[in-house]
Design a protein around this ligand. Structure first.
Ligand SMILES: O=C(O)CCC(=O)C(=O)O
Ligand SMILES: [Fe+2]
Length: 291
């Protein structure tokens, strides 16, 4: 089952020894979760009003695209949006700085993607099964193929009422793949090109993305699997942060409110041990190259 490695740092600009860095990188790449129980993302006094589902309007989160310096998902007035954006930009900078100190091996190739603020209670949301993150899954997004690049996420719980973010962690990526790959057929010839041409995907969906999406969907659709798969409950308390390769680690978010999340992408070649990537595991099991 998914190992959780506790790291006792409490600063977004920590000084880490080479041994700490290697241990953290290896634990992550092996499919573990890095848990930092006292790494607090502190809100400014005037940001506390954002701790309300209203901040996300009709949606479930507010997101910030640092590359374009653009906020989306908020219907607040212009002044509030400026403060919200500053808060998300601070989380983006903090998480980037953390990875720079803790996982320096990734620095040359790490790409920062979207930042999100999640002020809506997870449990009891009315959502289709495919989008339901209370079901165990590995991350794969229909419109955003990664072409094999990794999805690395940093999370922080900022709940003001003592409520933990409750996750389930499932079996290893290899076990998930062995179980579901036999049910997943390869894409029809030309299908990936058609999805790109009609705008379903932002870039060409590779065969890797096809199989990842297949795993994501088969896992979520299988209620027997959800109930019976090897799994454990883990709670991330307010004031804690955690890092996980969500394309590799089987996870489900069962409850909790008020969290930040920062997504990074990493080319497989940027890993310490590229053979541990989902790409390598899938290529070995399918028996051919997938990107
Ligand atoms: O919001 C959360 O706690 C996690 C949801 C999830 O599945 C994800 O961000 O990949
Ligand atoms: Fe997820």
């Amino acid at each position: 089952m998914t190992p959780v490695t506790t790291i006792s740092l409490d600063s977004w600009t920590p000084s880490c020894t080479p041994e700490d860095q290697e241990r953290a990188t290896r634990a992550l790449e092996a499919g573990g979760v890095l848990f930092m129980p006292s790494l607090v993302f502190a809100l400014h006094e005037d940001e506390r009003d954002f701790l309300s589902p209203d901040t996300a309007g009709e949606g479930k989160n507010v997101s910030f695209d640092g590359a374009r310096n653009r906020l989306s998902g908020s219907s607040a007035d212009a002044a509030s949006q400026r403060r919200l954006q500053a808060m998300l930009a601070r989380y983006a900078a903090s998480s980037r700085s953390l990875l720079g100190s803790l996982l320096p091996h990734y620095a040359p190739t790490l790409q920062q993607a979207r930042t999100s603020f999640r002020p809506v209670e997870i449990s009891g949301r009315d959502i289709s099964w495919r989008k339901d993150d209370t079901r165990l899954h590995v991350d794969s997004f229909p419109s955003s193929p990664t072409g094999g690049d990794r999805i690395l996420r940093v999370f922080s719980n900022v709940n003001p009422n003592g409520q933990s973010r409750a996750w389930r962690l499932g079996e290893s990526f290899e076990a998930v793949s062995r179980r579901f790959l036999p049910q997943i057929r390869g894409p029809l010839p030309g299908a990936n090109q058609v999805l790109k041409a009609v705008g379903v995907t932002k870039r060409l969906r590779s065969d890797y993305d096809h199989f990842m999406l297949g795993l994501h969907d088969r896992m979520k659709a299988d209620l027997g699997y959800q109930a019976k798969a090897d799994q454990s409950d883990v709670g991330f308390p307010p004031g804690s942060s955690w890092i996980v390769y969500t394309d590799q680690v089987s996870h489900a978010a069962m409850g909790g409110q008020h969290a930040f999340e920062q997504t990074f992408h990493l080319p497989v070649a940027g890993m310490l041990d590229p053979a541990q990537a989902p790409l390598g595991i899938l290529e070995r099991l399918v028996g051919r190259t997938l990107v």
